[in-house]
Design a protein around this ligand. Structure first.
Ligand code: ZN
Length: 211
């Protein structure tokens, strides 16, 4: 087994109920591939999420995302094309961005499966609560960066892991569909491998890359 981000073989097996590896180089934590839940079960789980406009906390989460990660760092007037990647069944963030007069394409492998991005490049790609579900983050980063314009931004929300000691009791890994967990060092590795700059991160859940 090698690290799914950096290829290092220097992995520590965490001693908890599911098999997780912690890379000693890029510090990613990821589940053993044999323990990944089946896709049917995964879809069922997403449908169980209360993800729509009626859920105030869910809407607030995206308003905070726009307020902290998008508005201070991007000139919305210069943005033409946006892709909301992994938007889920009720694409709240896409709707909020459209309310800012942006054109937003929606993609989700389960709920909006048409690959609307295929012949397009974007000024901004947003991906919230998605990166933690990737079984092959490098493949997904290749896809995302290949659809970013030069100077375009990739805005990501996923909870940064608190380190291997605190990982077992960390709420974010209780969801069995969360299978990979990043921190600042992991994202720095991805940024350098894909030629991206990190424009902003709160080192907790937000990170903004620029191509
Ligand atoms: Zn690694």
């Amino acid at each position: 087994m090698d690290c799914i981000i950096c290829g290092s073989s220097d992995l520590e097996l965490l001693d908890i109920k599911n098999k997780y590896y912690h890379c000693q180089d890029c510090e990613v934590i990821f589940i053993d591939p044999t323990e990944i839940v089946a896709q049917a079960e995964e879809k069922e789980r997403y449908e169980g999420h209360d993800n729509n406009h009626q859920n105030e906390g869910y809407v607030q989460m995206f308003e905070d995302f726009i307020e902290e990660l998008i508005e201070p760092h991007l000139d919305l007037e210069k943005i033409n094309d946006v892709l909301e990647f992994g938007c889920g069944p009720g694409p709240v963030l896409a709707d909020l961005l459209e309310a800012q007069a942006l054109e937003v394409d929606r993609y989700d492998p389960y709920f909006f499966p048409e690959k609307v991005f295929l012949d397009k490049k974007y000024d901004l790609i947003t991906s919230t609560e998605v990166f933690e579900h990737f079984s092959d983050p490098i493949k997904e980063m290749e896809l995302l960066t290949s659809h970013l314009k030069d100077g375009g931004h990739l805005a990501v929300m996923t909870s940064f892991h608190p380190g291997p000691e605190e990982f077992e009791d960390w709420w974010y890994n209780w969801d069995p569909t969360h299978i990979v967990f990043y921190n600042q060092k992991t994202f720095s590795k991805l940024a350098s491998d894909f030629g991206l700059d990190i424009i902003y991160t709160d080192q907790e859940k937000y990170i903004l890359f620029k191509a």
